[in-house]
Design a binder for this molecule. Structure first.
Ligand code: CA
Length: 453
């Protein structure tokens, strides 16, 4: 839900263990909502206000790795100096969002930019995790067990939400589990400060201006308690990590208290998440996809998100479910995902997988959500093994791989360290030439072969 950068890194959300102190002043005409405890107001992911936090890590003071003109150290310093004026200049737009002058002043008075976000926005991890590493972290026995407990504990709420929106309760619980480990890793940076910083400093100002204005609107309307309005560095908050803009589109007041509270009300949080899945096209009663066995004879260029074939067509190509069971709806269309080539499991992804990906654009995370849902329902682990002996290539190695492919006469386009369609096609051609299964998987073994070892 947070399109942040070229790497589609998951760092903006989820596993943020940053330790900024929630310091949002809630005074004036803003009554802290959570000061009134209610039976269904459950603190799920917030840090208690009196928790002692270590000092937040400061900005490095260095230019960002993106090379964007707004990300040089000088540009960041200049924008930081201009921050109070920038925020005040947004008042007319805030007014159009229905924010009162009094709320605007209370909420922006003393607001200071969090320049550490500039480091986080431009961080480019040299090493990326493999699919199986992500799944190992996200799908653990503890997370499955806790998810089942949560489904049991909130069974009446899940019943009502499932009935109202037609979205499988296991998917909702899995989103909750994958995004924040059921609310325990929801992040602790004040959302307003984060999105205010990003709205006035750095390379994504236009994108974050709306997020900031909506964050003001949320606080003005007292939907979410100010001291619980905390989250990831990019402003995703609550157990299922809504961004302000997504909150505005999808959040619902399901418990009927007049506030859409996706942080402290489990009914609102679950119903809002279900509403988003429904509005994004979730098909009730359908699966997200199936683990499949892919024959080595397959034309692996078919493993492409843009190639939606019917289950019947996939079966004709030799792709079958791991347990040889029939596909429930042979005319449903799906694309084939083969994350680790012929040596790992394949997956046929149906329409509902695309719906999960609208929420979370990284395939590994969307697969984790689908798989965790199946496990919560009582399903088993994947049947096929991952090629754990393979190592995921570093950026430098990916560039080297592309350069070597080009040296061997294969067209890879411009070497950019990313493994797009052209690079995968070049790997397949190289594998064919050397008598390997042409699955296009960019492994360390392929790199070694290209190096002539
Ligand atoms: Ca409510």
């Amino acid at each position: 839900m947070v399109p942040m950068g070229p790497t589609r890194s998951r760092t903006p959300r989820g596993f943020i263990l940053s330790l900024a102190v929630a310091a949002l002043a809630a005074g004036g005409n803003l009554t802290p909502v959570a000061a009134q405890p209610k039976a269904d107001r459950l603190v799920t992911g917030s840090i208690p206000a009196n928790t002692k936090m270590p000092a937040a890590k400061p900005w490095s003071g260095e230019s960002g790795a993106s090379g964007h003109p707004e990300m040089t150290a000088e540009a960041i310093r200049a924008a930081a100096d201009d921050f109070p004026r920038c925020i005040q200049s947004l008042w007319p737009q805030a007014a159009r969002h229905g924010v009162s002058r009094a709320s605007f002043e209370t909420l922006t008075n003393g607001l200071k930019p969090d320049l550490r976000l500039m480091d986080l926005m431009d961080s480019q991890p040299e090493f990326t995790k493999s699919f199986w590493d992500y799944l190992d972290v996200l799908i653990t026995d503890a997370r499955i067990q806790k998810g089942r407990e949560i489904l049991e504990k909130y069974r009446p709420v899940f019943d009502r939400v499932e009935h109202a929106y037609g979205v499988d309760r296991h998917i909702l619980a899995a989103i909750w589990g994958v995004e924040t480990n059921y609310g325990t890793l929801a992040g602790d940076r004040p959302v307003l400060r984060s999105v205010a910083t990003l709205a006035c400093i750095g390379r994504r100002q236009a994108y974050f201006r709306d997020e900031f204005l909506i964050a003001l609107e949320i606080l003005h309307r007292r939907d979410i308690a100010p001291e619980h309005f905390v989250g990831s560095w990019a402003g995703a908050f609550g157990p299922t990590q809504f961004m302000p803009r997504a909150f505005k589109r999808f959040a619902v007041d399901f418990d009927g208290d007049g506030h859409r509270d996706t942080v402290d009300s489990i009914p609102d949080m679950l119903a809002s998440t279900a509403n988003m899945m429904k509005k994004n096209g979730w098909q009730a009663g359908h699966s997200w996809g199936y683990e499949v066995v892919v024959p080595a004879t397959l034309d692996f260029s078919l493993a492409d998100k843009a190639r939606m074939l019917s289950m019947r067509q996939w079966e004709q190509l030799g792709v079958h479910r791991v347990n040889r069971a029939a596909f429930p709806r042979p005319d449903d269309h799906a694309f084939l995902l083969v994350p680790a080539g012929v040596q790992g499991p394949g997956f046929l992804m149906t329409h509902n997988f695309r719906v999960i990906m609208k929420y979370n654009p990284a395939e590994a995370y969307a697969l984790a959500i689908g798989h965790l849902a199946d496990r919560l329902r009582g399903g088993g682990a994947f049947v096929q093994d991952w090629p754990r002996y393979e190592r995921v290539l570093s950026r430098a190695e990916r560039l080297e791989l592309q350069q070597l492919l080009a040296n061997h006469g294969f067209n890879i386009g411009e070497p950019d360290g990313r493994l797009g369609g052209e690079t995968r096609a070049a790997i397949r051609a190289f594998q064919s030439r050397t008598g390997r299964v042409p699955d296009g998987f960019a492994s360390a073994s392929v790199l070694d072969m290209l190096r002539g070892r």
